[in-house]
Design a protein. Sequence first.
Length: 187
Amino acid sequence: MASDKPMSVDKLHAMFELHEQPQKSDIRLVLEELQNDYLSRGIQLSKVASGYRFQTAKDLSMWVGRLWEERPQKYSRALLETLSLIAYRQPITRGEIEDVRGVAVSSHIMKTLLERQWIKVVGHREVPGRPAIYATTKLFLDYFNLSGLEQLPPLSEMRDIDAVAKDVSEQLELAVSPSESINPIAQ
């Protein structure tokens, strides 16, 4: 059995026949054992926001990435600033992002982030115009190999935006794209 998306403990649990279902705690223990077993291998079992997935080991991702001609898209400084503001200050409106950045947020930037499914509309502010409120998604966390927002670097560690943009761009190049992800969950 294989999956192109991370598998949660609940999904793994539901795959068993009722009379064979292990405890969810047993599934978690097996997943932890697998994570430890794969630490020194070319692929690793990683826990991300949506569950668990097999992926190329971080120290080898640069080499495996060379097998695919497709390179990650280069994102503009404005897009990275917008994504960072949403990640750190969510829930946030477009107007609030513009207030912090001091410039208008292009519709193209918001469209790109929504199409990548890195952000979503989580509601509307109860003010005139009822602006959309944005927050990051599990796909955002999965793409950046985070299991939760608490794994984002503390703002106190942040440097100037150019250094942050460079770091994020490098992380994008090393991040596992769906075509590079290997996610077999053997029965």
